[in-house]
Design a binder for this molecule. Sequence first.
Ligand SMILES: *Cc1c(COP(=O)(O)O)cnc(C)c1O
Length: 346
Amino acid sequence: MKTVDLRSDTVTMPTGQMRQAMALAEVGDDVFKEDPTVRRLEEKAAEITGKEAALFVCSGTMANLVCQLVHCGRGDEIILGDQSHVFFYEQGGSAAVGGIHHRTVANLPDGTMSLEAIAQSIRPDDVHFPRSRLIIVENTHNRCCGMPIKADYMDKLRQLADDHGIAIHVDGARIFNAAVALETTVAELVRQADSVCFCLSKGLGAPAGSVVCSSADFIDEARRARKVLGGGMRQVGVLAAAGLVALEHVAERLEHDHANARHLAENLDAIDGLKVELNYIRTNIVYVAVDPERLSAEKLVQRLADRGVLVFATGPGKIRAVTHHPLTPSDIDFAATVFAEAIQMD
Ligand SMILES: *Cc1c(COP(=O)(O)O)cnc(C)c1O
């Protein structure tokens, strides 16, 4: 059976070029900072993000946790979106591991948070309160339709953060998608961030890994945090080699994923019983509202799976589809046809 897997861009497989680079990678003990391929990846990541230094870590979740641990001590508070990945999908790791408190602010549909709401959440210096240390912005915003966050929002946020001596971290799991969608550079989007991390293993297609980028001092501390979390890997240049191929050859291809997402969104929105907010399709994530009178999202997901189209239900009437390499426009047409069939079965 033909299968089109739209569950996530994490299902991407390493390309032939990646596998070749992995086989040939020069390696060493990275805990001793002796893996030349990891060092090359870190230098490249620092250059792309416009930061002083970088650190290769196992996953996006580890990257965000490492950054939270470096920015905050026990009892400190982080302001972040109520739909953010860090708050929603990371097991409350910063509380469990670091004793760090999360203060959520509503995410607006475009993935930002109102600056007034953030300002109101910042704690005054008072013995009753935790100390506000960090604001986290997610770019692109996974649960907010994959919306890219613009540089001018970051400029205003920087001003607010500086007024209160608070740091900014960007969870840039899909920051390369944001740069492509906004026709700008990753460096421009994270210029105002004290730290940023991005995933190599989503749309960029590498088998594993994320990179944290920041000042050299911050990265020294992040290296300690990575070690205590069990993330000190040894001859990990075999993975970094794939990451380098991702940065050098895959990042520029993301526009195809975005075109496929738009194509999918338009096709699904035209189907009776489905609705897509087309204005919010800017990158590779498509949220589809399912008319609950017709069918539950779970049931539709099951019917789609039976016919070879894989997606996730993310709420009672909501399905998420994510486009990625190497899906083609004809795969998207197939997926849309299967959606139309599955919803018309009653
Ligand atoms: C996927 C994702 C992460 C976490 O990445 P993992 O590698 O799966 O741990 C963090 N933030 C966002 C926005 C993500 O989409």
